[in-house]
Design a binder for this molecule. Structure first.
Ligand SMILES: [Zn+2]
Length: 475
């Protein structure tokens, strides 16, 4: 009994201490996010249900833009010549602190909010990367900052950037080229995940390109000697790529997706098409590999006696980490403490883990310590990388799904549409808002973050890996 009461007492002290560390501005910011909470959840759920994919997110973008407008922000739609890209700003002068909001879904991942695989609409898209929460949380943070500027508590400009098509085409690269971060001092971003941490890990640089082979059609049996097969070229090309794998760096990856391999068996195909992707944690290592994989297309075309064409889709940089920014975020995570879950939510999480063959331990919402930055991280890639080479970026990961959940899967879609996802989304809005508040209040912190950015970037000149306008249907 004594032990329990001591623990209770200590618990009260620690609660009290963290409450004391919250400045009145931070308390006001948290209150503001709480005030918008129900609307943010509605926004997240609407975008979740729409599940619009790359460059087709017109309704999702409009939901966010409209809420920003209703809350007094100045909205510009269709920036960077992308109909679903927009900015929402408030305030004037320095510092300019920006925040990213994604909202695109992934094909084929439709799912109900149940902890076993159960598509809402068979074959339809779903938010398997949590971007429905991404945009909503970031807008929540931006509006909370706007309210602080409006109340005269802080000075400067807050800029929300609605960034579409992260999953397929990396629209931020065109947005960077359009100069949308040119006036920004520091950018803040987050990603839904299965843990809470100030993210100081990079990702992989990558480049996407399409190879098309053009041959001559003929009857596959009656006069094949009149044919030149585009699918032969395709097979020779992928064979070359697969032999080449032995000679690339262990950190590099080559993926391909055959998009057209001919239509019927009795025609020598005169056309084939393949989407190729090369990745490495370092862009400088990725580029020579990319050149070699491109060269092989010519070899395959010569062998099959066909013509070929290579078109760049887009490429993205690895993320430039900012540990000074990570430290600011870390302090705010520690102030907020872990997310707590109901018994029903824990049971839901365990059911997801059971269905995906993972240990049934529920959600991990402890605040991870700031980790060492890995020199050669594994994992995926993001166009936040390109933003991070143009302006310092502070990134956050917040739990929206149980521990070890397979990402880009139905399980993420399920959690993103119910309370586990909602809690993570609201938490992210608070953590990012508090971090932005620190930057507005302390010019020295902005300087420190910028200084680290300059040092890490060094002499490297940013060159966007795009060639022409974004591949938007109907443009
Ligand atoms: Zn994502």
């Amino acid at each position: 009994m004594k032990k329990i009461s001591t623990l209770l007492f200590l618990g009260l002290i620690s609660l009290n201490l963290s409450a004391q560390k919250l400045t009145s501005n931070k308390k006001a910011l948290i209150a503001s996010v709480e005030q918008h909470k129900d609307n943010l959840i509605k926004i997240s759920d609407s975008i979740w249900a729409l599940a619009e994919t790359a460059f087709e997110e017109s309704k999702s973008a409009e939901i966010l833009a409209k809420y920003a407008e209703e809350n007094g922000m100045n909205v510009t739609r269709g920036v960077a010549n992308i109909p679903t890209a927009f900015t929402a700003t408030y305030g004037s002068g320095k510092p300019v602190i920006s925040i990213l909001g994604e909202f695109d879904a992934l094909p084929g991942l439709s799912q109900n909010t149940v902890p076993t695989k159960d598509p809402r609409i068979e074959g339809a898209p779903g938010h398997g990367c949590g971007h429905n929460m991404f945009g909503a949380a970031s807008l929540g943070a931006a509006i909370a900052i706007k309210e602080q500027i409006e109340a005269g508590k802080i000075k400067g400009t807050v800029k929300f950037l609605g960034t579409p098509a992260e999953e397929k085409y990396f629209a931020k690269v065109w947005m960077v080229e359009a100069g949308l971060w040119d006036d920004v001092d520091v950018n803040v971003s987050w990603h839904p995940g299965a843990n809470i941490e100030a993210d100081v890990q990079s990702g992989l640089s990558l480049i996407d390109f399409i190879v098309e082979f053009y041959g001559q059609a003929a009857h596959a049996s009656a006069d094949p000697w009149n044919g030149r097969s585009a699918s032969d070229a395709l097979e020779l090309y992928t064979t070359g790529i697969n032999y080449y794998r032995e000679h690339i760096r262990p950190t590099s990856r080559i993926h391909y997706h055959i998009q057209d391999g001919g239509q019927v068996v009795n025609v020598v195909p005169d056309y084939s098409r393949i989407w190729v992707r090369v990745r490495d944690p370092k862009r400088k290592v990725m580029l020579p590999t990319y050149e070699q994989v491109k060269k092989m297309a010519e070899g395959a075309a010569i062998m099959a006696n066909v013509d070929y064409k290579i078109s760049l889709v887009s490429g993205i940089y690895e993320t430039l980490v900012n540990r000074s920014g990570g430290e600011i975020m870390q302090k705010n995570l520690e102030l907020l403490g872990p997310i707590t879950y109901t018994d029903e939510e824990i049971a839901y999480g365990k059911s997801i883990q059971e269905a995906t063959g993972k240990p049934q331990v529920g959600m991990d919402s402890n605040i991870n310590p700031l980790r060492e930055t890995e020199e050669l991280p594994g994992g995926g890639s993001t166009d936040v990388g390109d933003v991070s080479w143009n302006v310092p970026n502070i990134n956050l990961s917040v739990t929206v799904a149980p521990k070890d959940t397979p990402w880009h899967s139905w399980a993420v879609v399920a959690c993103g549409g119910m309370s586990i996802g909602h809690k993570g989304m609201v938490y992210a809005a608070k953590a990012m808002g508090m971090t932005m508040l620190d930057l507005f209040e302390n010019p020295k912190l902005v300087d420190k973050v910028k200084e680290e950015y300059k040092t890490r970037k060094g002499d490297e000149k940013y060159e966007a890996m795009i060639d022409g306008p974004p591949p938007i249907q109907g443009q």
